[in-house]
Structure formats: structure tokens, C-alpha cells
Design a protein around this ligand. Structure first.
Ligand code: ACM
Ligand code: ZN
Length: 748
């Protein structure tokens, strides 16, 4: 105990070094180096890192530092190139800061660049302000840092096909990648949702393939639905959604990324995921006709029995190689729907001609064809793990996405792999599915591999598929804070990795995102109960109080927690009725999702009603919110023996109220679910237990309530505002299973 206390004291005196990804080796010394107008940057001519440091010092601090190749200044930042060595290899750096001098040693320019990213994170968070920041002392602590990455492939992917993101956003995305010392931008340029790269030889790819008919809905381009994709053939087709990058824009992006030591790996999908191509050039599909609305299964593939498909792809890849100097070119090859191939005489003839067994063999043939083609152009093929099916091409690298199996198989065959399993790397999945902590716990090297095979794991990558990410803000929230966890997984030594130690560092980085105006996901407090009926005392417990990002605060008067609200430090005893409102809060007042706990006095004992079932009332007015007080008389009133089986008494625009009593036999935690289209609400003893209110498609909400045994009033609302409709009420008693609520416990 004593030891723990004294250690805590020491670390609280040392300046907090919150660099992410965590450096390999770090020692903090005495004093600090302060950037001021007298600071001089000394660097070999043309070193990009020196220019980036100068720009950094200009943006928020407003300092105009000069970069020179020699200086007698007594206050300088010196970049020194050294010969490569085991401690100073590719991308590595040594940063030594004292009160008068900062020295950066590196053997390749990427190392120097990463040292600047570290300096940036050692500076106050205002360094990332997009405006001039006055009155800040621009200091970094005296430190010695030796640092190098664990993996050579530290990737972030972005799908710009399902939803389009403009070049400004792409540059911002590249800035994030660089800030986290990642080095691959996998640009998913083409897919069923649209073709995004200008190809001079095939202008229809972007004249037609970049624009789909906007189907409306709440998102730009219309709610994503593969079956509804139709491309605009003419301006009369109505409002359109899409966009593409000109070759000049692509060259600028590639240059911008290279200046930040990021390789842009383009993905040109084949043979599937190519609906946009077949819309523009229907002659390349097995059927030779444009894929109509609700295109046939498999209509999004090139015909592999057609020479023209290979010539077309060679032409497209020729222009791709001219734009992208990357060693790797991604050819996709995932999720090929082979149903049209199976019916196509040309594809069947091709299978026979190449002596393949089946359509897997044909897929493999096509991948091998482009593996050789790329190799003959001095490039390497990478594809999703489906490229293993029917036999892996000679020079191929496998990007393992359907779990680790593809990567393990590739390594066992002596081939390189990049790990990107859906279990940890799919940042389009919800935070419930893939929490930041889960990403942080990931090891890209599968345990099944031997030490030699492990060396074939080039690294890992996070993927951002955008079917359901239509805006930049949404993209930011899906990326952050998970990307910080990923960056550390891919850069840092896994020894001693500790989520609790990572949390404060992450908080510090998120403050920098605040400065940049970049959004991120704040955790939702995981409260054990939504409502508590008191019998004596109870305790309110929040299970994820230590989630990084913000401080968990609460109020007891129903208001939203502010930065001044009490901090949650442990279970809160409650002995009196009140409403506790929890949220993660930043000092500047930004809050995440709110969770409320209603604490009520257990009502006076009641007896069950004499009639089984609930009172059922129908109102003919639309209610955007079912919680609005009712204004009119019901047009129907009766008894519902089972609230899960009420007949529809009106098609559209109604509100149903079910009232009566619920008898709880077993005290403890009772969970209720409401699934409805549109809104619904469930109240017990006057407390809102499940809130599924508002206009929405079929959706489920859960509520948990701590109930003593007894009989309580029950109120359920359901509203329908047009379109589909439905209501389902589920209940799970303590120790029981979830099921539709039992009519046996209901009465009126
Ligand atoms: C993929 O997610 N279809 C690679
Ligand atoms: Zn075919």
C-alpha cells in the first residue's frame, strides 16, 4: 500500500507524457524546452519533417521559425541523419529534448516525421487548434525517447463508393493517419455504390458510374439498399448522388500522403462489387445488358469468360499505376456472387478452357492473371481473403477479413498477410459490437502461427465501410477514439499493454480532437437500472465509469450534467426518490449520451384487478411523441387479453394506450423490451421504464427496473405515423428467460 502511494506521488509530479502510440522507450528529465521566436530549426536541406515542424509552430503558436542547415543559435531543434542501425532502422527515431536543445536522430525521413508527431503530442493540446492560440507556453518536457514501429503496415481504409467524401475530407483523413504514425491509406475507390476514379480511356465510368439516383431518405444519397441502386443514365433520371476524383485531384492526394509518409493503396475491385462498371459498360457483364433496378444476383461482376473484361481491367490498371506509385495494388476479389457466372456459356467455356474444376477456379484464374500482370509491372497484388479460394496466386498478399483464418492460411503457405478481421477492425460496426477497449486488446499476430510464420504478418488495418456512414461527422465518430487504440496496437510493443494506463493518454488526445473540431464517440454510461422502486436503500452502479473520454458526472434534479456536476466515484446509495442523470462530460461542456435512473418509492400495496388483460384504447390522431398528453377521446375502448396480440383497428395514424396492472411475484431486476414501428413507451408505477418514443422504423429499446414484489400500475403507449407498423412487448423476470410478456401477470 505504502509503495503504491509513493509511486503515485512520483508520477503525479512528473509531467504527463500522453503520446499515442506509446513510444518504445521513454525517460523524462528535468526542465523543459520552450519554443519561442528565438528557436531555430536546423536540418538537412529539403527534409519534410523540418517543414512540418515549422508549419506546426506557425499555425496555432503563430511563430515564424526559420529552417537552416547550420546555426550557432543557443536554442535549437536539430535534425541529425544517422546511419541505419538496429535501434535506428526504418521509421525509427530518437528524440532528446533538454531546456536548450532538441535533437532528432533518424536514419530515414519517415523517422524524422514521426519525431515531429511526437513533439506535437508533447506540446500543450492547443497546438492542434485551427486558430491562433494566444497566451500558451509552447513547451515540451525534457525527454529521451527511442521509438520504432512493431509493424510495417499500419493501415486505415476508407470506402468512398457507398458514400462519397470530397478531397478536403480525404486530406483530413490522411492527416489523422499521419498524426497516429500510421502509414497506409487503403482507398476503396470503386464498388457497387459508385465508381470514383477518373479513367481517361473509359469516361462513362464516371459519367454514369459515379452517379446514382438519389432515393431520398434521411441520408445523402438515400438510405443504403443494394437492391435499390440505379445509376443515372441521363439528367432526366432525377436528383442524383455521387462524385468522383479527377486524375489531377488523385495526384494531389497521393502527393499529400507521400509528404506524410503514407502510401496510398488503391483498390480496384474485380470480379465482383462492380455494379457501377456494368451500368456504364453493360457489355462487360455476363448478360450484356444494363443491370436494371433490383439487379439480378451476380449482375455486379465482370464476365470472366470475356477477353474484353481482361483488356478493360488492364487499361484501367494501367491508368491506376500511373496515378499511384504504391508497391501494392488491391484488387478486392471479396464476396463474388457467382450465380450469373454459373449460367453464362462464356464463363463455363472458360472454366473448361483453363482446365479449372469450378467457378472458384475461374475466380482464382482471374486473380492469378492480374497477379502476373501486376508483377510484370513491378507491383504486388493484395486482395481480400477470398483470393485463397481455388488456389492462391504466386505473388499475392492476403488481407484477412473473415476472421483470422485467411491470414493464417496465407502465412502457412509462406505468403504475406495483412490482418483486418471483422472482429476488431471494422470501424463501421457499432461501438457496442467493437468497443475501443476491444480494439486495444487486439493482437494482429494470430496465436496459431509459428515465430517464422508470424514474420509474414505485415501488420493490420482498420476498415471504414460507408454504407451507413453518410456524413463526415458520422465518419469521425466511427473512427475516433477507436483509431487511437488501433494505432497503438500496430506501432507499440505489446508488452505491458494496459487499458487503464491508456485511458488518461487517450483523454489527452481527445482534447486535441476538440481543438481540431473533430468529433468522436463518447461512451454511454452503462447503468445497471433505468428505474428503481425503493424498499429501504439501493445503490446505483455505473459499470463503465472508467471509460476513457470525458469524466462521468451526474445530477439528481433531472438536468443535464455540466462540467461542475458531481463526479461519479463509485456506487451511489439512494434512500429517497430522485432522478439521477449520468453522462460523460468534457471540461468544455460537451456531453455524450445521457442515461437516467428514476428512483421511486415502492407504491402502496395494491391488489390485482378483477379482469384479466389490459384496458385497450385507440385514438385517431398521429402523435409524433407518444408521451404527449392525450387531447381527445378514444374511438375504441375495450379489453386486450394479450397486449402482444391486439388486432389492428386502424391502418395509419393512431395512438394506442394500454393500461392496467402488473403483478410482480419475484423481487429483483426485471427487464422489459419494446419493439415498435413507430414509437412506444412503457411505464410502471408512473416511472418510465422503456422509452422507445419518436417516429422511427422497427426498433427495440430495453429498460431495466429493480422491483419489490407487488402489484403496480402499468401503462403502454404505441403510436403509428404511417407506413409499416408493429408492437412487441418482452419481459424477463429475475433468473428467467426473455419472452413475450405473460398475460398471466396482467389485469385491469
Ligand atoms: C469486405 O468487408 N467485404 C472485405
Ligand atoms: Zn460470363
Amino acid at each position: 500500500m505504502l509503495l503504491a502511494v509513493s509511486l503515485a506521488t512520483v508520477s503525479s509530479l512528473a509531467p504527463a507524457v500522453t503520446v499515442i502510440p506509446k513510444p518504445l522507450d521513454l525517460t523524462v528529465g528535468a526542465g523543459e524546452f520552450v519554443f519561442d521566436p528565438s528557436t531555430v530549426i536546423v536540418a538537412p536541406e529539403g527534409l519534410g519533417a523540418a517543414r512540418h515542424l515549422k508549419d506546426l509552430m506557425h499555425r496555432a503558436p503563430g511563430l515564424k521559425l526559420s529552417v537552416v542547415s547550420e546555426s550557432g543559435s543557443r536554442h535549437q531543434v536539430v535534425f541529425e541523419k544517422a546511419a541505419p542501425s538496429p535501434t535506428l532502422g526504418k521509421e525509427a527515431y530518437i528524440l532528446h529534448a533538454t531546456p536548450t536543445r532538441v535533437t532528432v536522430k533518424y536514419s530515414d525521413p519517415a523517422g524524422a516525421f514521426y519525431a515531429v508527431q511526437t513533439i506535437r503530442q508533447l506540446l500543450p493540446s492547443r497546438i492542434d487548434s485551427t486558430n491562433l492560440a494566444d497566451g500558451v507556453r509552447w513547451s515540451i518536457p525534457s525527454v529521451t525517447i527511442r521509438d520504432k514501429p512493431r509493424f510495417g503496415w499500419r493501415g486505415m481504409h476508407l470506402d468512398v463508393s457507398r458514400h462519397f467524401f470530397d478531397t478536403d475530407f480525404i486530406k483530413e483523413y490522411i492527416d489523422w493517419i499521419a498524426m497516429m504514425k500510421m502509414n497506409v491509406f487503403h482507398w476503396h475507390l470503386v464498388d457497387d455504390g459508385g465508381w470514383r476514379m477518373e479513367v481517361k480511356k473509359y469516361p462513362k465510368l464516371t459519367e454514369i458510374g459515379a452517379w446514382r439516383i438519389d432515393t431520398g431518405g434521411k441520408w445523402p444519397g438515400g438510405d443504403w439498399n443494394y437492391a435499390n441502386i440505379r445509376f443515372c443514365m441521363s439528367p432526366e433520371d432525377g436528383p442524383r448522388y455521387g462524385g468522383f476524383y479527377t486524375q489531377d485531384e488523385i495526384k494531389e492526394i497521393v502527393r499529400y500522403a507521400a509528404d506524410r509518409h503514407i502510401e496510398v493503396v488503391p483498390e480496384i475491385e474485380l470480379p465482383g462489387h462492380s455494379l457501377a462498371v456494368i451500368a456504364a459498360y453493360p457489355e462487360l457483364g455476363c448478360e450484356g445488358t444494363p443491370p436494371g433496378p433490383r439487379g439480378k444476383p451476380g449482375a455486379n461482376a465482370y464476365c470472366a469468360g470475356l477477353d474484353a473484361s481482361y483488356r478493360f481491367l488492364e487499361d484501367v490498371l494501367t491508368e491506376t499505376l500511373a496515378l499511384f506509385p504504391s508497391k501494392f495494388v488491391h484488387i478486392g476479389a471479396d464476396e463474388l456472387d457467382k450465380r450469373l457466372w454459373q449460367k453464362c456459356p462464356r464463363c463455363k467455356a472458360k472454366v473448361a478452357q483453363i482446365g479449372a474444376k469450378d467457378m472458384d477456379g475461374l475466380q482464382s484464374y482471374m486473380v492469378r492473371y492480374f497477379d502476373k500482370w501486376l508483377a510484370s509491372h513491378d507491383r504486388r497484388l493484395i486482395g481480400w481473403d477470398e483470393i485463397l479460394e481455388g488456389g492462391l496466386a504466386e505473388g499475392a498478399t492476403v488481407m484477412s477479413w473473415r476472421g483470422n483464418a485467411g491470414g493464417i492460411e496465407a502465412a502457412k503457405q509462406g505468403k504475406n498477410t495483412v490482418m483486418s478481421p471483422t472482429t476488431h477492425c471494422y470501424f463501421d460496426y457499432s461501438y457496442q459490437n467493437i468497443p475501443t477497449e476491444h480494439v486495444y486488446a487486439w493482437d494482429p499476430v494470430p496465436k496459431e502461427l509459428t515465430a517464422t510464420q508470424s514474420k509474414l504478418v505485415l501488420g493490420g488495418q482498420a476498415n471504414v465501410w460507408t454504407e451507413y456512414i453518410a456524413t463526415e461527422e458520422r465518419c469521425e465518430e466511427m473512427v475516433f477514439p477507436r483509431a487511437y487504440a488501433m494505432s497503438e496496437v500496430l506501432w507499440s510493443d505489446p508488452k505491458g499493454r494496459d487499458w487503464n494506463e491508456f485511458g488518461p493518454r487517450l483523454n489527452s488526445q481527445l482534447r486535441r480532437l476538440n481543438e481540431m473540431g473533430v468529433r468522436y464517440h463518447l461512451s454511454t454510461p452503462d447503468v445497471e437500472y433505468d428505474a428503481i422502486f425503493l424498499q429501504g436503500e439501493a445503490r446505483v452502479v455505473v459499470k463503465n465509469a472508467n471509460a476513457p473520454a470525458g469524466v462521468l458526472r451526474y445530477t439528481t434534479d433531472g438536468t443535464l450534467p455540466t462540467p461542475d456536476a458531481p463526479k461519479y466515484t463509485g456506487p451511489i446509495p439512494v434512500g429517497k426518490p430522485k432522478v439521477l442523470t449520468f453522462a460523460f462530460v468534457w471540461p468544455d461542456g460537451v456531453t455524450g449520451d445521457v442515461r437516467r435512473v428514476e428512483v421511486l418509492k415502492a407504491p402502496a400495496p395494491q391488489s390485482p384487478g378483477s379482469t384479466p388483460g389490459l384496458r385497450e384504447e385507440w385514438f385517431a390522431e398521429p402523435y409524433q411523441k407518444v408521451a404527449t398528453p392525450l387531447k381527445t377521446q378514444p374511438f375504441y375502448s375495450g379489453t386486450a387479453p394479450d397486449p402482444n396480440k391486439i388486432p389492428l383497428r386502424r391502418e395509419d395514424e393512431f395512438l394506442v394506450r394500454l393500461t392496467g396492472k402488473i403483478t410482480i411475484q419475484k423481487a429483483g431486476l426485471h427487464t422489459f423490451w419494446l419493439t415498435s414501428d413507430d414509437g412506444s413507451l412503457l411505464r410502471i408505477g408512473g416511472a418510465t421504464v422503456v422509452d422507445n418514443d419518436g417516429a422511427h422504423a422497427m426498433a427495440t429499446q430495453r429498460g431495466r427496473v429493480l422491483l419489490p414484489a407487488g402489484t403496480y400500475s402499468l401503462e403502454i403507449f404505441w403510436s403509428e405515423l404511417g407506413g409499416d407498423q408493429g408492437l412487441r412487448i418482452d419481459h424477463q423476470p429475475p433468473g428467467g428467460k426473455r419472452d413475450r410478456i405473460s398475460p398471466k401477470i396482467l389485469s385491469r
